[in-house]
Write a protein that binds this ligand. Structure first.
Ligand code: C5P
Length: 229
């Protein structure tokens, strides 16, 4: 039998950096529009072809609106109230994932343009036996690690990768990672799994998997989305 795949979409962020850029005129980030569709709808489209169920973590005041927004999706969708950090939002959503799920994909609502082959690479690695899978891309900028009082040292950019989503996990491993996480500091799920001593497998990401964080990201994504049509 085909292993069941659940998708979690953390969409409960307030988009403070985006709001700061454009004077807080827009709606919360997940409901910003790109080529006529919300970021959340785009993000769901990225993973719905492989998901047997989808759980979205939404800001509490938007649960009804987001439930309505996702009503046309032809997969079982649940919307839960997110937390004050991404990690807590994912943990709450994970609590609603069916016990029968073998694999869980966690995909940021803020990454609307991830092409299907990235999702396929993540799943292929899981099917081949990986415990935790992360799509990653090289970084273009030279990097410096900053310390106290303005001190900084160069990092070799060839030895770092920028991490994207969807990240894929064996369901039991992701549950254990979130149960044992000591704090709320993790900015992604693979770093929690790594704390369990489990290996993290990298697969090739895609430049289109970038995260919408600042206003300039929306400009780039809008252009990509229009070209895609
Ligand atoms: O804050 P950051 O840019 O890392 O957010 C990545 C994703 O996590 C976004 O899709 C955002 O909506 C989500 N998030 C969340 N709950 C929070 C903070 C962020 O679901 N409290």
């Amino acid at each position: 039998v085909k292993p069941q795949i659940a998708a979690i979409i953390p969409a409960a962020g307030s988009g403070l950096r985006l709001a700061a850029d454009d004077g807080a005129t827009g709606p919360p980030k997940a409901l910003r529009r790109l080529a006529g569709e919300t970021l959340l709808r785009h993000a769901v489209h990225c993973i719905e072809h492989v998901a047997d169920e989808i759980v979205v973590a939404a800001p509490s005041e938007l649960v009804a609106q987001i439930t309505a927004e996702l009503a046309p999706i032809r997969k079982p969708v649940r919307v839960v109230v997110g937390g004050s950090t991404r990690q807590e939002s994912v943990r709450r959503a994970l609590g609603q994932v069916k016990g029968t799920a073998a694999f869980v994909l966690v995909h940021d609502a803020a990454r609307p343009m991830v092409p299907p082959d990235v999702v396929d690479r993540v799943l292929a690695a899981l099917t081949a036996g990986a415990v935790a899978v992360v799509p990653a891309v090289p970084v273009s900028d030279s990097l410096r690690q900053v310390g106290e009082e303005g001190a900084s040292t160069a990092l070799d950019r060839h030895r770092v990768r920028a991490v994207q989503t969807p990240q894929g996990f064996r369901a039991a491993t992701l549950r254990a990672a979130h149960e044992q996480a000591p704090d709320e500091q993790a900015t992604d799920d693979a770093s929690l799994v790594e704390r369990l001593g489990e290996p993290v497998t990298l697969v090739e990401g895609d430049l289109r998997g970038f995260k919408i964080t600042r206003a300039i990201d929306l400009v780039v994504a809008e252009s990509l989305a229009r070209r895609q049509r």
